[in-house]
Design a protein around this ligand. Structure first.
Ligand code: PLP
Length: 422
């Protein structure tokens, strides 16, 4: 592939991100190194904003996909809200200057501490996943003399046709409330004084490449909102479709945002509702790459292993989901070869690619693991006492900026206390 995206492309033999040489970035900042394009983050959000022009809407960037506060600042600077799933993510969103009135808080297991923190921060609403959770929010809100805005995440029971680990809208998944169960609780919900029902939420899965599952879920949400309004819930003002728009990992077509927006408009334009969407991967995924260095080129039987200094702890998607991540050499050479690209961690599952044909590579080369902007750094760990990688942003001015330092060895033990043991 000559040009992987508008943002990561070969200029002569050099792989560049918005004009900046990735080989130079790797040499300057060291590897493993995440590199992001500011222009890409901006343009993906603006694309969605443009598609949704004409209807009231709020894009809440799902920060679990990549939560570096510099990236969050880019998003908030363009008016984006934030979809968060923990107290830590609320903290990050606020630290990045997000407006609390544009924060929605999801998750099946919110703690009392997180609920109180969210209420004190003045977030827009909780996306609630069970009646038990609503009881808890109600109790804490009443104690504080507050009324919490909530949406109920329904389980629309549609198949998103994606990896079973990232399908979330089927009956057998742990997420959301079944519509029948919600119906049985209309009365109780109406009597719950510490919460007010602002909307209906659904999130059917991730890396969904067609619009049909979204439209099917939306139809169920609209029908439910109409039923709730008939039952007297006139506080409903939002319909939240969640995230899940797919990106390019191999050669997928780009997700048809504009086509989906047209279908949404047809369905909700006359309902007096504000649409919320929570894209994560779509905004971050194709806008980042993980740069790693080939430490050894090891032949074993018929196999060739490129052993890199990056590993599953830096980017776990291939190990966790057997996910495909495209791999490019930062300097294009002539010819190709079939290799396994693996890391140094002591697990057979520590790989980026298996039996993959890539450009011929040599020891010391830098490789770019593409589409690593989502669920890369945010899922990274220190397994094997490896230091969390550094992150660099290629600014709209084409300059590389360090937005997260690599861990030091001291960071690895900073929270451990030396106790006197008997
Ligand atoms: N909203 C909710 C409730 C989620 O659980 C997720 C992902 O898990 C997202 C949004 C973001 O999904 P994606 O990154 O696929 O857009």
């Amino acid at each position: 592939m000559n040009s992987y995206s508008d943002y990561f492309t070969y200029s002569g033999r050099d792989l560049v991100c918005d004009g900046a040489s990735l080989r130079e970035a790797a040499a300057r900042f060291g590897t493993p190194l995440y590199v992001y394009t500011e222009r890409g983050f901006r343009e993906r959000l603006l694309e969605i904003e443009k598609a949704l022009e004409g209807i009231d809407h709020l894009v809440c960037y799902s920060i679990k996909s990549n939560s570096n506060i510099n990236l969050l600042k880019i998003m908030t600077g363009l008016g984006s809200g934030m979809d968060v799933v923990s107290g830590g993510e609320i903290y990050r969103a606020l630290a990045a200057g997000a407006s609390p009135g544009k924060i929605v808080f999801a998750g099946v297991g919110k703690t009392d501490e997180e609920i109180a923190y969210a209420l004190d921060s003045g977030i827009l609403m909780f996306n609630c996943e069970s009646m038990l959770e609503i009881d808890e929010i109600n109790r804490i809100a009443l104690r504080k003399n507050m009324v919490a805005g909530i949406a109920i995440r329904i389980n629309p029971d549609v198949d998103a046709n994606t990896h079973h680990y990232i399908t979330t809208g089927k009956k057998e998944n742990k997420f959301g409330v079944a519509i029948d169960h919600l119906r049985e609780n209309f009365k109780k919900l109406g009597d719950t004084r510490g919460v007010t029902l602002l909307g209906i939420h659904a999130h059917i899965g991730s890396q969904i490449t067609s619009i049909e599952p979204f439209v099917a879920a939306l139809d169920r949400q609209v029908a439910l909102i109409e039923e709730l309004r008939r039952a007297g819930f006139d506080s409903i003002r939002y319909i939240n479709m969640g995230g899940g728009f797919g990106i390019r990992y191999r050669d997928e077509e780009f997700f048809p945002v504009a086509r989906l927006a047209e279908e949404i408009k047809k369905r909700i334009a006359s309902l007096g509702l504000t649409l919320i969407i929570e894209p994560g991967r779509y905004l971050s995924g194709n806008n980042g790459a993980l740069l790693v260095k080939v430490l050894f080129k090891k032949k074993s039987g018929a196999k060739t292993f490129l052993i890199t200094d990056g590993a599953m702890n830096d980017l776990i998607r291939p190990s966790l989901y057997n996910a495909y991540q495209h791999i490019l050499n930062c300097v294009r050479r002539d010819g190709s070869e079939v290799v396994d690209v693996v890391g140094p961690v002591c697990e057979s599952g520590d790989f980026f690619a298996k039996d993959r044909e890539i450009t011929v590579s040599a020891q010391g080369d830098y490789l770019a693991v593409m589409s690593a902007g989502a669920y890369g750094m945010s899922m990274a760990s220190r397994y094997n006492s490896r230091r969390l990688p550094a992150e660099v942003l290629i600014g709209s001015d084409g300059k590389a900026k360090l937005i997260r330092e690599r861990d030091t060895f001291e960071d690895l033990v900073a929270k451990e206390r030396l106790e006197k043991l008997v």
